[in-house]
Design a protein around this ligand. Structure first.
Ligand code: FAE
Length: 528
């Protein structure tokens, strides 16, 4: 593997094995394969295409994050966010908006192509990563393989035995998934918050389980020992990690560039897709500068087109293409089947003697697993709230089995999409979370924190998601391998294939499904 080139340092936005300036524009503007985006699904596609000897161009709308700012760091921390934190904002929009109802969390920033975006729809906002690596740059690294029975329920046409024997292990190995040393976990101050939540779950008769991670725990132990620069132990997570995180630029994308066949271009947003008379795909992309101004509109063409822009990005491209008539044969399932993985965030207030610790790792390592409770299935991640001060808050991201789904529709006024998700649909998620956490509060004689999610008081933050899923569901908008119905050599490889819910944090599933798609497509579709 090779490290990503430092093209961004010199203002260049094209990254390949060669120096960026040595890449002939004509050679990549008409690539045999183009991959849109550079998150999980996109990174798998690029690596496997590159290994198959197919020259491939990736187009990513965000930055390459490898250049230190004036503070010597690539990413800023949640404690002191600056322009690097969010995608073209004048103020940060962190999931936890307030503390004791005070507006002390968010900060004014200058607009810039920062690493975290929060995309607002009428009754739901969606957090996504922007940059080379997509969501891997900002996520909490929880690398969870779903329960096989629930995977089979969600994907009845996929051979689950093959997934669990081949593609989940392949994804976990490539992502560098590892687990926290249980002995260290039991003794370190950095996971006291998790142990307290575990105690309260056990007092309620609930099961907890360790979850694997793509954060390097050997590195974290060095952080704790004071022998390595702190990252997870220095409040770095949703605005990026400077160390320890095995984001995609260190795994799949580094390997993809290492094949010598893959080039990544950054700061270009694909806006339109059409098909030429010879069957090739034509993409229109807007190149933006650091102010967000479109400085150039470019056209690319390719034989094979892989869409990895994530649930929002890919679905928007295809809904727009269908409804503006540039890909009119796309079917009615494009845009449908979207859900937020039942996400609901909440906090509990602990007794004074149950301190959660001023020092908290930003990387979750445990969940409360009540998925087997068929009356109210919930998997709740025990989330950190690292402030450097004792605050007695236990925080959770509950993943509930909310059966509600919504659709994206094209909005000609904005040339964008609207999402039909409603507050009543979110209330199904928070209602399920409430049932579980009412039990925990009752067993421990504790109460909810109502001061964390803005004013007026709110107990459940069910109006945002970290886990957008669906929009181009496998087997509906696509065939059983992500081939888009109505068009040959057009593929979806990302979270839009997952039908709105997977019961756990989703990136391992997205990665494994993309591995399955690529294994099939490279054998069946690219033979000379
Ligand atoms: P994704 O990673 O979102 O990548 C899409 C990429 O495409 C992005 O880089 C976009 O900038 C780019 N893009 C989109 N549209 C265009 C366009 N038109 N032109 C060019 N580029 C475009 O897609 N999941 C877990 O499993 N465990 C966790 O612990 C976890 N924590 C999370 C914490 C946060 C704060 C967030 C936001 C997410 C978290 N997730 C977690 C979710 C996870 O990151 C997400 O499911 C995956 O990143 C989705 O992968 P995709 O390949 O679908």
């Amino acid at each position: 593997m090779v490290a990503l080139q430092t093209a961004a340092a010199s203002g260049l936005t094209r990254i390949g094995l060669e120096s960026a300036s040595a890449v002939e524009p004509a050679a990549v503007d008409n690539a045999p394969a183009i991959v849109v985006g550079s998150g999980y699904g996109a990174a798998v596609a690029a690596l496997r295409l590159g290994q198959a000897g197919i020259r491939t161009l990736m187009i990513e709308m965000g930055r390459l994050w490898n250049t230190a700012g004036s503070d010597g760091k690539v990413f800023c921390s949640t404690a002191s966010p600056d322009q690097r934190s969010m995608w073209f904002r004048t103020r940060t929009e962190a999931p936890l908006a307030t503390f004791l109802w005070l507006d002390v969390v968010n900060k004014d920033i200058s607009p810039y192509p920062g690493v975290l975006d929060r995309v607002h729809f009428a009754d739901m906002s969606v957090f996504v990563g922007r940059g080379v690596g997509g969501g891997s740059l900002v996520n909490g690294c929880m690398a969870v393989t779903p329960l096989k029975s629930y995977f089979a329920e969600q994907f009845p046409t996929v051979d689950a035995d093959e997934m669990y024997a081949t593609y989940f292990p392949r994804a976990n190995a490539m992502l560098g998934v590892n687990t926290v040393d249980p002995a260290w976990f039991e003794s370190t101050e950095w996971y006291r918050f998790t142990r307290i939540s575990r105690k309260h779950a056990q007092n309620t008769g609930l099961r907890t389980t360790f979850v694997p991670s793509t954060y390097d725990f050997a590195y974290m132990q060095k952080e704790a020992a004071g022998t390595a620069t702190k990252s997870a132990l220095a409040q770095e997570v949703i605005y990026g990690n400077n160390h320890g995180k095995k984001s995609l630029d260190k795994t799949y994308l580094a390997a993809a560039l290492g094949t010598g066949n893959v080039t990544i271009t950054t700061m270009e947003r694909v806006r339109a897709i059409s098909r030429a008379s010879d069957g090739s795909y034509v993409l229109t992309a807007d190149r933006i500068n650091d102010a967000g101004t479109v400085v150039e509109t470019k056209q690319y063409s390719c034989t094979y087109l892989f869409l990895g822009g994530g649930s929002l990005g890919t679905t928007e491209l295809l809904v727009r293409a269908r409804d503006t008539g540039t890909l009119p044969a796309l079917n009615a399932s494009v845009g449908a089947g979207w859900g937020p993985n039942g996400n609901t965030m909440l906090g509990r207030a602990n007794h004074l003697w149950d301190t959660v610790g001023a020092n908290q790792s930003t990387m979750p390592v445990m969940g409360i697993d009540d998925w087997a409770n068929t009356a109210n299935p919930v998997f709740a991640e025990i989330a950190p709230l690292p402030t450097g001060l004792e605050h007695w808050v236990s925080l959770y991201l509950a993943i509930t089995k909310n059966p509600q789904r919504a659709a994206f529709t094209y909005d000609s006024a904005t040339d964008g999409v609207k999402l039909g998700w409603t507050a009543a649909q979110s209330a199904v998620s928070s209602g399920m979370a409430k049932k579980l956490f009412d039990r925990i509060n009752s067993a421990n004689v504790t109460i909810y924190r109502t001061d964390l999610f803005g004013t007026p008081s709110r107990t459940f933050a069910d109006d945002f998601t970290y886990h957008p899923l669906g929009g181009c569901v496998l087997g509906k908008a696509t065939d059983n391998y992500g081939r888009v119905k109505g068009y040959s050599k057009l593929y979806v490889t990302d979270g839009s294939l997952v039908p709105g819910s997977i019961g756990v944090n989703p990136f391992v599933t997205i990665t494994a499904l993309a591995e399955r798609t690529m294994a099939r497509v490279l054998v069946e579709d690219t033979a000379p």
